[in-house]
Write a protein that binds this ligand. Sequence first.
Ligand code: NDP
Length: 325
Amino acid sequence: MRAIQIEKTGEPEALRLADVAEPDPASREEDCVVVEVHSAGVNYIDTYYRTGLYYAQTPFVPGLEGAGRVIHDPQGDIAEGTMVAWAHAFGSYAEQVLVERDKLVFVPEEIDTDVAASMLIQGMTAHYLTNGVYDLSEGDSCLVTAGAGGVGRLVTQMAKAKGATVYSVVSTPEKEELAYAAGADQVFGYSEGLAESVRRHNGGRGVDVVYDGVGKTTFQESLEVTRPRGTVCLFGAASGPVDPIDPQELNKHGALFLTRPSLAAWTANEGEFHMRAQAVVRGVLDGELDFRVSGAYPLADAVQAHRDLEARKTTGAIVLHVKDD
Ligand code: NDP
């Protein structure tokens, strides 16, 4: 089958179209179902595996999420052709992938395939950030970095739905518009005085929580902008990993809580995974979540998809088209 394979980690050019063996459920200890991939979600975490920041043994097929139809269920429970989506299946940049049975999400017909392929990682992340890491409520305030990005737009929408005030940071006027459209109360550009500017808008208090997926270039401002005993949630490293930090820094900034969460840890048990997945599916179906797919590329153009993501050219989810519906 056709797949994108990485033989040596590095630049986007490391993503090569290759002919690889079809996956065999008997090769895995977990109870897996074989799925034909129609569309694969492209996520920032895929770039961490591609560069070697996160480890995977080479050669490997990257990608974790997607949507498509069940080809073969070794248990015979799920009918062939059933439309499903997934978020935790390594090797999704391929014509077929093995998905653990308890990590399958059934996709209602009303949901577009590209949306289904890219809604779970970003959607469940936004859900656990706003309904878990820091459970926002009416009157709370938060700062979201990359507020026009995939996770950023969804965090903004979920935070607004809970009655919080949302301050957002973006890099361009087009992204500013998108962040406001997602519901942000005030949008800022990246600057050294970011924390001070945000504080001027909330009476000097500082925000209850920062959701920082940018990392290296924003982390210091994230510490500065958080109110005493507030939460700094560092959930990504789009600009690079943050330097090691002395815990005394948290004391200096007012006894802050710092966390570095992952989707895997916040969906570790089956009940929590499905609760968050269903919240996303319901939000998309009801129209309460305005999910945006800002780009679709043929599987063979995975290189370009990664280039665009890393060059800050995307404004929402992006996907690889593996098979026409
Ligand atoms: P985005 O759509 O948000 O794309 C990344 C954005 O980061 C860019 O568009 C850009 O927005 C901003 N950015 C700031 N500085 C840089 C830089 N130097 N290089 C590249 N981008 C930069 O991606 P996602 O929504 O997919 O992911 C956002 C973050 O969330 C990532 O760090 C990702 O790893 C993390 N994540 C974490 C998860 C977890 O559970 N911990 C799960 C899913 C995602 P702008 O131009 O406006 O600054």
